[in-house]
Ligand binder design. Structure first.
Ligand code: NDP
Length: 237
């Protein structure tokens, strides 16, 4: 196991699901962890107490507030942008404002957070976005904006890897397939359809996704940048 003793880690969207698993993983390896939340203050407070981390209320759709928050925190060794929303539905029915909000959270926030963090991040820092296997395979209707938002992260890490590479800062996107969270419960109504697209027919756990995030954040991964990693039971194979 890597050790993140003495490292400062910020997880955007850490109160529940995959983000909470990432918070637990870094905290268990000795990092000083901060995480943001928006709608789940009770979950955030419980997780902060459990992991001795710090919870900060911050809306990832508010660009200026997000940049100001990250700038105020001082140098981060690791930034994980996990906050994301699904926004499923018929594109003919979804109000444009909802789509714009999805793009602000799923696309704009990762970009602005990465740039804000990179201003003070020490050489060798790590930036990781949580994307989705839907960037590579979208076998269901009603998720065009979501898959577009997650596909954008693949291009974003390629470009920012070039911008930050001289400082040894790596930036990658982890692309989960179906993962057991409130967003996509393992016993939800679509589970059989989703498992039908997979070689290993089960939801991942948040801890499995957090394991790849920890690897990419550790010293062995210093040569990995601008890359997208599917962790999806073969969903996109
Ligand atoms: P959940 O809905 O279970 O949790 C989402 C987390 O993001 C919560 O902690 C939530 O905080 C936070 N969040 C959402 N919107 C905002 C916002 N505007 N500002 C700050 N925090 C916010 O989702 P998952 O854990 O399932 O998903 C996490 C990431 O993984 C997302 O980016 C998602 O797209 C991606 N993903 C998930 C998959 C799955 O099958 N579960 C598959 C592929 C990708 P709060 O409740 O406090 O608002």
């Amino acid at each position: 196991m890597n050790s993140f003793e003495g490292k400062s880690v910020l997880v955007l969207g850490g109160s529940r699901g995959i983000g909470a698993a990432i918070v637990r993983r870094f905290a268990s390896e000795g990092a000083k962890v901060l995480f943001t939340y928006l709608s789940s203050p009770d979950d955030a407070a419980a997780l902060a107490a459990e992991t001795r981390s710090e919870a900060l209320c911050a809306d990832s759709s508010d660009r200026d507030a997000l940049i100001e928050l990250i700038s105020s925190l001082g140098p981060l060794d690791v930034l994980v942008v996990n906050s994301g929303i699904l926004g499923a539905g018929d594109p003919l029915d979804i109000p444009p404002n909802e789509i714009d909000r999805l793009f602000r959270i799923n696309i704009h926030a990762p970009y602005h957070a990465a740039v804000a963090a990179a201003r003070t991040m020490p050489d060798g820092g790590r930036i990781i976005f949580i994307g989705s296997a839907n960037a590579d395979r979208m076998p269901m209707a009603g998720l065009a904006a979501y898959s577009a938002s997650k596909a954008s992260l693949k291009g974003m890490v390629k470009g920012l890897a070039r911008d930050f590479g001289a400082r040894g800062i790596t930036i990658n996107v982890v692309q989960p397939g179906p993962t057991d969270t409130d967003m996509n419960p393992a016993d939800g109504p679509l589970k059989d359809i989703m498992h039908g697209f997979m070689a290993i027919k089960r939801h991942a756990t948040g801890a499995e996704i957090a394991g790849l995030v920890a690897y990419l954040s550790g010293p062995e991964a210093g040569i990995i940048t601008g890359a997208a990693y599917n962790i999806d039971g073969g969903f996109s194979a």
